[in-house]
Write a protein that binds this ligand. Structure first.
Ligand SMILES: Nc1ncnc2c1ncn2[C@@H]1O[C@H](COP(=O)(O)OP(=O)(O)O)[C@@H](O)[C@H]1O
Ligand SMILES: [Mg+2]
Length: 574
C-alpha cells in the first residue's frame, strides 16, 4: 500500500469512527434533554443546539467517509480492470480461446461491479457497523443490563436465521456469475457470426435458446433476491418484538424505581438505532459474498499463464543474428492440438534468407499450423525450429515476432482506422505519402481515397472492406514493415486476376531481399517460387522446384491438374 493510500484509509477510519461516536452520542444527549425538562429546564436550548450540532456532525462525517471509501473502491476496480486487460492480451492463443473472449470481457463488466461491493463494504463498513452494534449494546448494558438481555434475546433468533440465508445467497451468486460469463461469451461469438445466423434464418432459434439461458439466470437472481428481501423485514420484526418487550419490561422497572425516565428514553432511542447497523452488517456480509465470488473470477484470470513479450524490449540491444543463416529451418517437427491426434509429424524444410518459398497442400494438411509454430503461437511437441540461425526458445518473443511479418488466412484487421491498421507493429512514424505509396502498390490507393475519411476511416465497425481489400491492406502493412521474414497464409485466395497480378509483383519485390514463405493457392505463385513444399496430412510429401515436382511427384501434378492450384483466370472474387 502506498503512503497516499494509507493516509486515505486512515482518514476514512477516523471519519467513520467520528460518525459512529456522534451517532451514539445523540440518544444520550436526548436523555439529557429529558433530564433538563424534568428539572424545569433552564438550559433546554443548549441541549437542543447540541443535538442539532452533533446530528450535523454525524451526517457530515458519514458522507465524507462514504465518499472516500467509494473512491478507494473505484481505484481498486480500475486497477483490476487494467490488469485483466493486460493479462488477457498476453494470454497464449490456446488459453485465450479456451477461456472465451466474452467470459474474459465479463470481468470488466459484471464482475467489476460485484467487486465494488467487496471493496466498499468489506474493509470498513462491516467493522464499523459491528463496532456501532457492540458500542450500542455496551451503553445499553450500562443503562440497564436486564433490559439489554431482553433486547439481545429477541434479536438472537433472527440473526441465526439470517446467517443461513447469507450462506445460501453466496451459492446462488457463484452459479450466477459463472452463468453470466458463459452466456456473454457465447452471445459475443454468435454476434460475430451474424451473417451466418441471418443467412440460415437462425435468429429466432438462437434467440430462443439464449432467452432460455437468460431466464435460468433470472431464476437464480430472483432466488437470491428472495433471500435478500427477507433480511430487512426479519430484523425489523426482531426490533419491534424487542421494542414491545423493552417498553413493557422498562415500564415495570420504571414504576419500581429501577430505572430513571431519562435512562429509559436513552435506552429506547438506542434500541431504535440498533437495527440499522445490524442490517447494514448483514447486508455487508451478503455483498462481501458476491464480491468474493467476483474476486475469485479475477484471480482465475491472473493465474493463467502469460506470454513474456517483455515490454522493455525497446531499451534492449536487438538480438544478433547470423546474416548467412537461412530464415527458417524446421527439423523433425511434430505437433498436436489435442493429445494423441498429431497434426504435424516429422516435418522438415528450409526457407532461405531471401526469395520465395511456397507451401502447398490440401485443406487441413497443416499449413497454417506450420506458420503458427514459426510465430511461436504454440509450442512444439518434438523437433526444432530455428529462425535466422537461432532456435525458437533462444529468441525473446518480441524480437522474434518483430522480425516476422505475418498475414493470417482470414486477413484479420483491428477495429481501428486504416492508418492505425497499417502502422500496427511499427515503432516509427510514417508520412502519409509513404502510406499512400504502399497502398498504390497493392492497388488500394484510389479505393481508400474514395472513402469518406480516407486513411482515417474506421474499419470493422459499420464500414467494412471486402475480403480482397482487407487482404491487400494486410499486404500493404507487410510492405511497410522492416521484417526480414514474411509469412503469408493464402494471400491470393480472395483476389481477382488484376489484383492477383499486382500481388505477384508485390511478393516478387518482397522476395528480392527478404525471405517469403507463402501458403499458395495459385499456380502462378508456385511457378514463381524457388522452392515448393508439398504438405499432406501433416507430413512433407515432396519438395523441390515446381518443374521437378511436376515431373517427379504424381500427387503434386494431380493437385495442379485438379485445379487445387487454380490458374489465375478461373476465379473472380473480390
Ligand atoms: N485451434 C485448433 N484446435 C484443434 N485443431 C486444430 C486447430 N487448428 C487447426 N486444427 C486442425 O489441425 C489440422 C491442420 O489445420 P491447418 O494447419 O489449419 O490446415 P491448413 O492450413 O493446411 O488448411 C486440421 O485437421 C485442423 O482441424
Ligand atoms: Mg490454413
Amino acid at each position: 500500500m502506498t503512503a497516499g493510500k494509507a493516509n486515505q484509509v486512515a482518514a476514512i477510519v477516523l471519519l467513520a469512527l467520528l460518525s459512529t461516536i456522534t451517532t451514539l452520542a445523540l440518544p444520550l444527549i436526548g436523555g439529557g434533554f429529558v433530564a433538563e425538562l424534568e428539572k424545569g429546564g433552564g438550559a433546554v436550548t443548549t441541549a437542543a443546539l447540541w443535538m442539532v450540532a452533533v446530528g450535523l456532525a454525524a451526517a457530515i462525517t458519514g458522507t465524507l467517509s462514504g465518499y472516500l471509501l467509494a473512491r478507494l473502491g473505484i481505484d481498486l476496480v480500475t486497477k483490476l480492470r487494467v490488469r485483466t486487460l493486460r493479462h488477457a492480451l498476453g494470454l497464449p492463443l490456446k488459453i485465450a480461446r479456451r477461456e472465451g473472449t466474452g467470459d474474459l470481457a465479463a470481468r470488466l463488466t459484471s464482475d467489476s461491479s460485484q467487486i465494488r461491493g467487496l471493496t466498499e463494504v468489506g474493509p470498513l463498513q462491516l467493522p464499523m457497523a459491528a463496532l456501532q452494534v457492540v458500542a450500542t449494546l455496551i451503553i445499553m448494558g450500562v443503562l440497564d443490563w436486564i433490559l439489554l438481555l431482553m433486547t439481545v434475546g429477541s434479536f438472537l433468533i433472527a440473526i441465526i436465521g439470517v446467517v443461513f440465508v447469507i450462506k445460501a445467497i453466496r451459492q446462488k451468486f457463484e452459479a450466477l456469475q459463472t452463468g453470466v460469463g458463459k452466456l456473454s461469451d457465447d452471445f459475443v461469438a454468435t454476434l460475430e457470426a451474424l451473417t451466418v445466423v441471418k443467412a440460415h434464418r437462425a435468429e429466432s432459434r438462437l434467440a430462443k435458446s439464449f432467452s432460455e439461458r437468460a431466464q435460468n439466470l433470472g431464476g437464480l437472481e430472483s432466488a437470491a433476491a428472495r433471500l435478500e428481501a427477507m433480511v430487512v423485514p426479519v430484523m425489523t420484526l426482531a426490533q419491534q418484538v424487542a421494542l414491545v418487550i423493552v417498553i413493557m419490561g422498562g415500564g415495570v422497572r420504571y414504576v419500581s424505581g429501577d430505572i430513571s425516565l431519562p435512562n429509559l428514553v436513552s435506552f429506547l432511542l438506542l434500541l431504535l438505532q440498533l437495527a440499522a447497523p445490524l442490517i447494514m452488517a448483514i447486508q455487508a456480509t451478503g455483498a462481501i459474498q458476491a464480491g468474493l465470488v467476483a474476486k475469485q473470477r479475477f484471480e482465475s484470470v491472473f493465474s493463467l499463464p502469460y506470454e513474456q513479450v517483455d515490454d522493455g524490449a525497446e531499451d534492449r540491444e536487438p538480438v544478433a543474428v547470423d546474416p548467412a543463416a537461412p530464415a527458417v529451418v524446421l527439423h523433425e517437427v511434430g505437433f498436436a492440438y489435442e493429445e494423441g491426434q498429431p497434426v504435424l509429424e516429422d516435418v522438415g524444410f528450409t526457407v532461405p534468407s531471401s526469395g520465395l518459398t511456397a507451401m502447398v497442400g490440401r485443406s487441413g494438411a497443416g499449413k497454417t499450423t506450420v506458420l503458427g509454430l514459426i510465430e511461436r503461437f504454440m509450442e512444439l511437441d518434438s523437433g526444432r525450429i530455428s529462425v535466422f540461425g537461432r532456435e525458437l526458445p533462444e529468441w525473446p518473443l518480441s524480437d522474434l515476432r518483430g522480425r516476422i511479418a505475418y498475414v493470417d488466412q482470414s486477413f484479420t484487421l483491428l477495429r481501428d482506422t486504416i492508418r492505425n491498421n497499417l502502422l500496427l507493429g511499427l515503432d516509427r512514424t510514417v508520412p502519409d505519402d509513404v502510406l499512400l505509396d504502399v497502398l498504390e502498390q497493392v492497388g488500394l490507393r484510389d479505393e481508400i481515397a474514395a472513402l469518406p475519411q480516407g486513411l482515417d476511416t474506421r474499419i470493422g465497425g459499420e464500414s467494412d472492406l471486402s475480403g480482397g481489400q482487407r487482404q491487400r491492406l494486410a499486404l500493404a502493412g507487410v510492405l511497410l514493415s522492416d521484417a526480414r521474414l514474411v509469412l503469408l497464409d493464402e494471400p491470393s485466395s480472395q483476389l481477382d486476376s488484376l489484383n492477383e497480378g499486382r500481388l505477384r509483383e508485390v511478393v516478387d519485390r518482397l522476395a528480392e531481399d527478404r525471405a517469403v514463405l507463402v501458403v499458395a493457392h495459385r499456380l502462378s505463385t508456385v511457378q514463381h517460387a524457388r522452392h515448393v513444399i508439398l504438405l499432406d496430412r501433416g507430413k512433407v510429401q515432396a519438395q523441390g522446384t515446381h518443374e521437378r515436382l511436376m515431373s517427379e511427384c504424381e500427387p503434386y501434378a494431380e493437385l495442379v491438374r485438379g485445379q487445387m492450384l487454380r490458374p489465375v483466370d478461373s476465379v473472380r472474387l473480390s
